[in-house]
Design a protein around this ligand. Structure first.
Ligand code: MLT
Length: 254
């Protein structure tokens, strides 16, 4: 699909036009909690994070890795999957657990959103925890190839757009669309809508994240600390990038 260069927001992967990301840049956003986990695990020393759509696929990928080199993580219904090492709480991904290991991760919405982006040239994983680092990299890439399409792809929650993902997409859109000659134009109304909501996000972040469906689900599971962790802006200052063309596609610090 040929599109004008600039920034697009997709409030759900399913709402993205077929072929939209082909050859461009994609940013997967699942603030609560998959992309916050990916950034945390990489910041704390994981060498790679391999996203898997299904539980059996994750088990099979993990089984092929050398013993002791792998962490199997993720959730279904918000809870750790039976037999997995870790769940989907960013705080579980400590330096002691992560350093030198490969994380194989499967989550309900986040890792599936990654799958929807694999036609892109590069796929980034963004949370509030790595907002500035991700924005800076996108701006550098735009300067090097102005005219490229950048797609911010929100994972949403159970087939619905989510407040927290939309707010982060808006924060990125707002940041990237301001700044003189390297301002990136907003190309669709979802991008304009998200950017319009972003100033409120900065003012009231943890409480807004707690208000959305994803936040309420976490509270019901007693996992409200994860909301606070995911709201710590720039606490994990790394760029998480997956290059789909590479043999075992995984997020790495890049
Ligand atoms: C997801 O991928 O659906 C989320 O990360 C769910 C969760 O918060 O556990």
């Amino acid at each position: 699909m040929s599109e004008s260069g600039g920034l697009y927001v997709h409030l759900l992967p399913a709402w993205m036009p077929a072929g939209a990301v082909r050859g461009g840049l994609a940013v997967v956003i699942d603030v609560l909690r998959a992309t916050s986990v990916i950034a945390t695990a990489l910041r704390h020393g994981c060498e790679a994070v391999i996203p898997c759509q299904e539980i059996d696929e994750a088990r099979a990928v993990a089984a092929r890795l050398p013993e002791g080199a792998c962490l199997l993580g993720g959730e279904r219904g918000g809870l750790r999957i039976e037999g997995f090492d870790l769940g989907n709480s960013p705080s579980e991904y400590s330096e002691a657990r992560c350093r030198g290991r490969t994380l194989v991760l499967t989550t309900t919405n986040g890792t599936r959103a990654v799958r929807a982006c694999l036609e892109a040239r590069e796929v980034f994983a963004a949370g509030f925890v790595n907002l500035a680092a991700t924005a800076q990299r996108l701006r550098q890439l735009w300067r090097a190839r102005p005219g490229e399409a950048i797609h911010l792809v929100c994972a949403g929650t159970d087939g619905e757009p989510s407040l927290e993902d939309t707010l982060l997409a808006g924060a990125l859109a707002l940041t990237l669309s301001h700044r003189g000659d390297s301002a990136i134009p907003l190309q669709n109304d979802a991008a304009r809508l998200a950017a319009a909501a972003a100033p409120r996000a900065y003012a009231q972040l943890p409480s807004l994240l707690a208000e959305g469906l994803g936040g309420r689900n976490l509270k019901a599971l007693g996992l409200e600390d994860d909301i606070q962790t995911a709201a710590r802006v720039d606490s994990m200052p790394i760029v998480a990038v997956l290059r789909p063309g590479e043999p075992s596609a995984a997020f790495r610090v890049g």
